[in-house]
Each structure stands twice: as structure tokens, then as C-alpha cells.
Write a protein that binds this ligand. Structure first.
Ligand code: ZN
Length: 164
């Protein structure tokens, strides 16, 4: 293969992942169409986290393997968006939005493999909580190996003008 053969015409890879208990598996043809951070309140709650990081793909490029029928869906009353999660372990697995009926978003963290795309976009950044970690400098916590601590007084509120 010469240098010019790399990239184009490369056979599609399959990204693989699944939920924490392993009952629901996901396969996605790589690369993902997009990848993004969602700082919105609905995703914070659904993931129990400061934000969700998703990769999006055409639905036809995604396969859900769910032999036990555990994938459970919940529709957000306000938006009609549908959240899919494992009914046994609770891992968020799918996020489908009504305005994009042919696409599905999958939490980046459930993939064990690469997905062919880096998450470089941020949605709903204005909803990011004040307590979110934003890369502040960390130092070791004396007496607690493996625990890092932010330096006191370093944290300040972050506005949109600080981010762009
Ligand atoms: Zn599970």
C-alpha cells in the first residue's frame, strides 16, 4: 500500500461496545458521523454526570445485540427524545432525537474500541454546572495515594466568553 492509498477506500471497521453488565452489545460501522459533548440538563440527569459525550451515526450503521430483550426506552415528555438504556444495569446506550429520525447517538464511553472520530463539539455549554471539572491543575492529596485534589482558590465561574 502506498501513502496515497491510506484513508480512501479503507475497509470500514466495526466499533464495538456495550453496557456495564454486558447483556446489551452495540456494533457501529466506523467512523461515526459526528461526536459531541452534551452539557444539557436532560443529559446530565440521564447519565448522572456533568455531561454526556456522544457519537452519532446513521441508524442503518448501528446494530444492537440484545438477546435478553433488556434494552429499555424512555421518551422525554418535553422534547420527545428517546433514551435507551440497559434494563438490568442502567447503562445509557441510545439517544434518539425526533428532528433526526435516521440518526442515533451513543455514549462514547460505552465503546471499547475507537469510533473514528474525536468529540470536538460542545452543545448546551451554558448549562454546564459550576462544579464541573474543567481541567484545573491537580495535585496529590497527602496520605491518600491515587487521590488528586484541585488547588484551593483556583476555581472561578466560567462564562461563555472564557470558552470561545
Ligand atoms: Zn447491562
Amino acid at each position: 500500500m502506498t501513502g496515497s492509498d491510506q484513508g480512501r477506500g479503507k475497509p470500514a471497521a466495526t466499533a464495538r461496545g456495550g453496557c456495564a453488565c454486558g447483556a446489551v452489545r452495540i456494533e457501529m460501522t466506523s467512523p461515526a458521523t459526528w461526536a459531541w459533548h452534551d452539557h444539557g440538563r436532560a443529559t446530565q440527569r440521564a447519565h448522572g454526570a456533568q455531561a454526556g459525550v456522544f457519537v452519532g451515526s446513521w441508524k442503518k450503521r448501528v446494530r444492537v445485540l440484545d438477546e435478553e430483550g433488556l434494552l429499555t426506552r424512555w421518551s422525554e415528555p418535553d422534547t420527545g427524545a428517546v433514551r435507551g438504556f440497559c434494563g438490568r444495569c442502567g447503562t445509557p446506550l441510545l439517544y434518539e432525537r425526533p428532528r433526526s429520525p435516521h440518526f442515533v447517538n451513543i455514549p462514547r464511553a460505552v465503546f471499547e474500541t475507537g469510533v473514528g472520530r474525536e468529540p470536538r463539539y460542545h452543545l448546551n455549554i451554558e448549562a454546564a454546572p459550576a462544579w464541573a471539572y474543567r481541567g484545573e491543575p491537580l495535585g496529590p492529596l497527602k496520605g491518600f495515594p491515587g487521590v488528586l485534589r484541585e488547588r484551593p482558590g483556583r476555581r472561578k465561574p466560567v462564562g461563555l466568553s472564557d470558552l470561545f
